[in-house]
Ligand binder design. Structure first.
Ligand code: GMT
Length: 377
């Protein structure tokens, strides 16, 4: 099979889309393809040396005449330069705005018949799609890409509802690498956190933006901890953190809540957890739920976006309505009190990840998309 030269652009900082783009690049490199990351900083998961992964930094100079640094233009120029010099076959960009639009500009600048694959991750559609000043640009980015994928069926449907592009959009689910995400022995970590054997551990991981509704996680946990010994691990940081600290104090649960800030090696934290809560009001997929499930942690999620495609109601966890703290708490308490049901959900969570979201399978799906575009399929 021919080896391809693929440029990948993503937001490289912590976040599901950056994680998926980087893991995809690493796995494609392991299959022999040559990968060129083109982004503003080195993707944070690119933590190992690969002979066939290159990183091209986009630098933006700040001149006093520019009110805003011209990042998008600098990115398009860099994409064109790398495409020409390295003879790229494909630019795979994550996010329509600005990355797909930059790739289209880069293609015109490079005079190279480079193919553009755009993957939609959510925020570009479900948040920016409501901003009328950007709708046409998002539509343009989608329609002028050669192939567009989205990370859930829900996101495909939302994109048609909000943007109405004249383009077929294919669902390619996110994936996790089960060489990393699997249950480990967490006894010593639990002891280090001084979590007692009889305490249940609830975990939430996010960027603490208002869409994540972390206040609902804290309120649910307060109900849980009123009925059983429990600890809440809050992982991540973001704009809502101060409000969340205040709420924890108001509910007098400071001793039960551990604020961990941004963390890597999440698999170790999932391995000491009994339940994951993802109670967002918008979520195109919910990669953190998938990571938790891979480590055998049942999840309770909200009935929004792609969450019900990841968490199977009554099989690997529960789906509840946004903000329905009473229902969420009742389901959490029932699950944590029922050892047999918990074990069943835990085992099926691992199995679901293995069958539906396994890295090899999803990476192959992307590979087939590339080969089809290059007429190699
Ligand atoms: O959730 C965020 O705010 C970050 C954002 C991102 O760019 O990583 O996440 C989006 O993409 C992830 C990877 O596909 C999905 O798992 C998240 O559900 C999605 N976030 C939203 O739709 C709010």
């Amino acid at each position: 099979m021919r080896k391809l030269k693929i440029g990948i652009t993503c937001y490289p900082s912590v976040g599901g889309s950056g994680v998926v783009a980087t893991e995809l690049g690493k796995m494609l490199a392991e299959k022999g393809h040559e990968i060129h990351f083109i982004s503003s900083s080195i993707p944070f998961r690119l933590n190992k040396m690969y002979h066939n992964i290159y990183y091209h930094q986009v630098e933006v100079n700040q001149y006093s005449v520019f009110q805003y640094p011209p990042y998008d233009i600098a990115l398009a120029s860099k994409m064109a330069e790398v495409a020409n010099r390295e003879k790229l076959d494909i630019l795979h960009v994550h996010y329509a705005i600005p990355h797909a639009v930059c790739a289209i500009l880069a293609k015109q600048m490079s005079h190279r018949d480079i193919k553009i694959v755009t993957t939609l991750h959510g925020t570009d559609i479900t948040v920016l799609g409501y901003d009328p000043s950007l709708t046409d640009a998002i539509k343009f980015g989608i329609e002028k890409s050669d192939i567009v994928t989205a990370v859930s069926n829900a996101l495909v449907n939302q994109t048609y509802e909000l943007i109405n592009p004249d383009k077929q959009i294919e669902t390619v689910y996110n994936f996790i690498d089960d060489r990393i995400y699997h249950k480990r022995d967490g006894r010593s970590l639990k002891a280090e956190f001084e979590i007692k054997d009889d305490e249940k551990v609830v975990i939430h991981v996010s960027n603490f933006r208002s869409v994540k509704r972390v206040q609902d996680v804290v309120k649910t946990f307060a109900e849980i901890s009123a009925t059983m010994p429990a600890k809440l691990l809050l992982v991540g940081d973001g704009p809502e953190i101060t409000l969340i600290c205040k709420l924890v104090r108001q509910l007098s649960i400071e001793d039960q809540v551990i604020f961990l800030g941004k963390q890597e090696n999440l698999e170790e934290l999932y391995s000491i957890s009994d339940l994951m809560l993802l109670l967002s009001e918008k979520e195109s997929f919910g990669l953190v739920a998938l990571e938790a499930m891979a480590c055998g942690v049942p999840c309770i999620g909200t009935n929004v976006g792609g969450i019900p495609e990841v968490i199977l109601h009554g099989e690997t966890g529960f789906i509840c309505e946004v903000g329905d703290i009473e229902d969420i708490s009742n389901k959490a308490i029932a699950l944590l009190n029922n050892k047999h049901l918990h074990q069943q959900f835990s085992a099926l969570s691992v199995e679901t990840v293995r069958t539906k979201f396994k890295a090899d399978k999803i990476v192959e799906q992307y590979e087939q998309i590339y080969f089809k575009l290059m007429n190699l399929g």
